[in-house]
Design a protein around this ligand. Structure first.
Ligand code: G3I
Length: 363
């Protein structure tokens, strides 16, 4: 046992596994907070039903200052049928976060996905009522407790061939593009102090798909600015996929373009899909760690980024892992996209993120 010497004095001397495996004070959340950045990850209360629930909760307590709801605030969870409002999963998430003094990002109020079937059968008048009632009811219930909301998620969907490359769905069918501004106006009124976020996917890759998402999102953000929509922050999900090409410096320029329009920016769902890295787990982990390092080195110097959240922390709780298992694990190997492995051991990526946070400029 070490006595008489503060552990911080020993940090540079200990092997990384010992230096970093400690209390929340050594965790990623504390390192980020020291620079004015809020760090966290998505959290699923479904993982609390698993045999590893305690270890799952422990890594969040150690590393996260903010939790994003992965399923709890989605429409199919909150409103499984037209006459049921089920707040139990969301309340459970809030209880976890409040116990560990973490803030909560509510994901998400208005999305054309994760809708229960009954919503697809509504007529336009009913959709209008639902949009207003849903945002008001949910935000007012958690006013002052959920401090940031993904009000509108993934409005862009070029495959639907709509004007502005917007994604189709019941809200677009009812209002056209104005459903987006309208949602933010309702949200501002429901909780004037909450951070209101427009969250978007697929803007990161250096290919035609990424370019289409970037230009479509910039166009939308300019129109929303002109219309006076009360949007504080643009969330860029950042699901990095090794099957696609990247130029993170160019992506950082895109982030600066959003900042120049007058928005804050958050990185909201960072993970690294390792499907195109065909080597041993150790080599794959090293390559994934390098991608985290390079991505964060490009974006964290941008001081308008005040929040960084990953999509889960441990490999076996990732949507990519669940997806692979559901498909019978066709590649014969399970994904390793996150900071902890399936036995909750810190991976190289954890240390890469820790170093990036230590090296970044303060906000
Ligand atoms: O837990 C149930 C399980 O009991 C059941 O047997 C099984 C059968 O389908 O479903 C399980 O629930 C699934 C859940 O993931 C947990 O694995 C849901 O069907 C499935 O819809 C759900 O998918 C989520 C998806 O969003 C849709 O809501 C993923 O967890 C979640 O990671 C993913 O997150 C999205 C963000 O919201 C938006 N950005 C992209 C991101 C990744 O796709």
């Amino acid at each position: 046992m070490l006595t008489g010497v503060g552990t911080s004095a020993l940090c540079g001397l200990l092997p990384p596994t010992l230096a970093a495996a400690g209390s929340a004070g050594d965790g990623l959340g504390a390192r980020a907070a020291a620079k004015g950045l809020k760090f966290g990850a998505s959290f699923s209360t479904e993982e609390l039903n698993k045999p590893y629930a305690d270890r799952y909760a422990a890594i969040y307590a150690e590393d996260c200052r903010v939790l994003t709801s992965e399923l709890e605030f989605k429409m199919y969870t909150l409103r499984p049928t037209a006459d049921v409002l089920d707040f139990a999963p969301a309340d459970k998430l809030l209880a976890v976060a409040e116990k560990d003094q973490q803030t909560v990002r509510g994901h998400t109020l208005v999305w054309n996905d994760a809708l229960p079937d009954w919503v697809h059968r509504l007529g336009p008048g009913e959709v209008e009522h639902l949009l207003e009632a849903h945002i008001e009811t949910v935000m007012e219930r958690y006013r002052g407790r959920v401090t940031s909301w993904d009000v509108v998620n993934e409005p862009i969907g070029p495959w639907d061939k709509l004007p502005g490359n917007l994604r189709k769905g019941p809200y677009y069918s009812t209002f056209g593009e104005s459903y987006i501004a309208k949602s933010f106006v309702i949200a501002r009124k429901a909780d004037p102090k909450a951070e209101l976020v427009l969250n978007e996917a697929q803007t990161e890759s250096d290919d035609d798909n990424g370019a289409t998402f970037r230009s479509s999102l910039l166009g939308l953000l300019k129109r929303l600015k002109d219309s006076g929509a009360p949007i504080d922050t643009v969330g860029l999900q950042s699901h990095i996929d090794t099957a696609r090409p990247y130029d993170f410096a160019r992506f950082a320029d895109f982030v600066r373009e959003i900042v120049a329009l007058g928005y804050g920016v958050a990185i909201t769902e960072l993970d690294v899909n390792d499907r195109a890295l065909d080597s041993t787990p150790n080599l794959r982990d090293a390559a994934v760690a390098k991608i985290y390092k390079n991505f964060l080195a490009a974006v964290l110097p941008i001081r308008e980024i005040k929040t960084l959240t990953l999509w889960q922390l441990a490999d076996h709780t990732s949507w990519l892992w669940y997806d692979a298992v559901a498909k019978g694990n066709p590649g014969g190997r399970l994904p390793r996209p996150l900071l902890y492995d399936a036995s909750f051991k810190k991976k190289s990526a954890w240390y890469a993120v820790a170093e990036a946070l230590d090296a970044m400029p303060a906000r």
